[in-house]
Design a protein. Structure first.
Length: 296
């Protein structure tokens, strides 16, 4: 009748009909017909202010409006069933292409998707003034960069150990590479990275550098105690305020603490020896080809 009178359009009518059909097939057992009629009337009334897309959402929750005592229990069951199906369908696949990139796909429950989105947004928006933050979805490039930073910030101490070894990446390099050479460094997973990336990770991220001499003998296996403590980071942040590179206003939350005297050369883990560098400039300071462009 509402369709004939022009009070709903065809798309809205389909959305309402589907919602009512779902009530009959997936709704509570022995649902009274009067409740279905009330739901239909409520959705038709809502069509005056909502399009078909929103009506589909409202249709899912219509029982909580017209019959709260029935609808709340029914919606709780729907959510539990949905979460169970999501857990069964959760997947993650990724593989290296052999050219310096790893590609993958994932399907995760809504809860964990929201957690990931929050983390990506926090790392993306941290460089913006709070008053100017736009609640928009990060671009694929910005989200990808934030995702890599999220992985580097992950503390292996928060992850379980397997076979007595924690989830820590071991980077093996020669002493010459650590001191400034250009030779590649090897990961214990089989891949290789540049020496400059290895030096940057040795300075800040959660990896363990294993330094080898000329005959591949182990000269040193780094320990996490070379990292600045929380108190030291707070003191350095209070002093530096932002990334120390001229013109960069990245806040401390987006910065790493860099050793002015490299750890590989005996530098100490002190407030005096630490400087704030954002992740981009920290990568540059460890890259022989780009470090000369930095103005601090």
């Amino acid at each position: 009748e509402a369709l004939a009178e022009g009070r709903v359009n065809t798309e809205q009518a389909h959305a309402i009909a589907r919602a009512l059909g779902d009530l009959e097939t997936d709704g509570p057992a022995e649902l009274e017909s009067v409740v279905v009629e009330q739901a239909e009337k409520h959705l038709v009334d809502c069509a005056n202010g909502f399009d078909a897309k929103h009506l589909r959402v409202l249709g899912r929750h219509v029982l909580t409006v017209v019959a709260p005592e029935v609808g709340e229990a029914h919606e709780a069951k729907l959510l539990e069933d949905e979460e169970r199906r999501a857990a069964e369908k959760t997947r993650l696949t990724f593989a290296s292409d052999g050219h310096g990139m790893v590609h993958g796909r994932f399907s995760i429950p809504t809860l964990h998707g929201a957690m990931l989105a929050k983390a990506i947004q926090a790392l993306t928006w941290a460089t913006q003034d709070p008053a100017e933050v736009r609640q928009t979805r990060p671009t694929p490039v910005a989200a990808g960069q934030a995702f890599t930073e999220l992985l580097e910030r992950m503390d292996a101490a928060d992850l379980p150990s397997v076979g007595g070894v924690g989830a820590t990446v071991v980077v093996t390099m020669t002493i010459d590479s650590l001191m400034g050479g250009l030779a590649a460094a090897a990961l214990d997973t089989g891949e290789v990275i540049s020496a400059s990336a290895a030096r940057r990770l040795a300075c800040e991220a959660g990896v363990i550098p294993m330094v080898l001499g000329g005959k591949s003998e182990v000269l040193d296996i780094g320990r996490r105690r070379r990292f600045h403590t929380k108190a030291q980071r707070l003191a350095i942040a209070q002093r530096d305020k932002t990334c120390v590179v001229g013109g960069c206003d990245a806040p401390p939350s987006r910065c790493h603490v860099h050793h002015v005297i490299p750890w590989s050369e005996g530098g100490g883990t002190s407030v005096q020896d630490g400087r704030l560098y954002c992740s981009a400039h920290h990568a540059m300071v460890h890259d022989p080809k780009r470090s000369g462009r930095l103005r601090t």
